[in-house]
Design a protein around this ligand. Structure first.
Ligand code: THU
Length: 141
């Protein structure tokens, strides 16, 4: 029998919890330039949730996206070697469609191809895997 798709592995409760945590932190973003307030939440193997929001800068390129902020918080919280990233959710404070940018996809992929990614697409909430969003991700091996 075919194994269940990873996108179905995240329970509805966990998905709701992550979306809620992402919405909660989105309003704390620092986004005076774009006005787009993004929130992300990471679920780890321990069941902990770590949040992150986008932080912009007058030197635009120094801006950090919500997804990377959330991942870095998870690493700081649990230690990079021990960390298992199960899932990440991303939303904006005004329910605009958003999906992780290319740089964030590469950073999420660092933690394995099966990480579930949940985001608000134009047709509604989408749950997929980083493998699907970034096939053939760059890796050193
Ligand atoms: N942004 C994120 O936080 N995550 C994404 O995946 C895409 C873009 C932020 C960066 C910037 O502060 C604003 O959205 C507009 O690009």
């Amino acid at each position: 029998m075919e194994s269940p798709k990873q996108s179905t592995v995240l329970s509805q409760d966990d998905r709701e919890r992550l979306l809620q945590a992402a919405s909660e932190v989105a309003v704390r973003a620092y986004a005076p330039y774009s006005g787009i307030h993004v929130g992300a939440a990471v679920l780890t193997g321990c069941g902990e949730v770590y949040q992150g929001c986008n932080v912009e800068n007058a030197s635009y390129g120094l801006t950090i996206c919500a997804e990377r902020a959330a991942i870095f918080n998870a690493v700081s919280g649990e230690g990079g070697d021990a960390l298992e990233v199960r899932a990440i959710a991303v939303v904006t404070s005004d329910q605009m469609p958003i999906s992780p940018c290319g740089a964030c996809r590469q950073v999420i992929a660092e933690f394995g191809p099966d990480v579930v990614v949940v985001y608000r697409a134009s047709g509604g909430i989408r749950s997929t895997t980083i493998r699907e969003l970034l096939p053939d991700a760059f890796q050193l091996d």
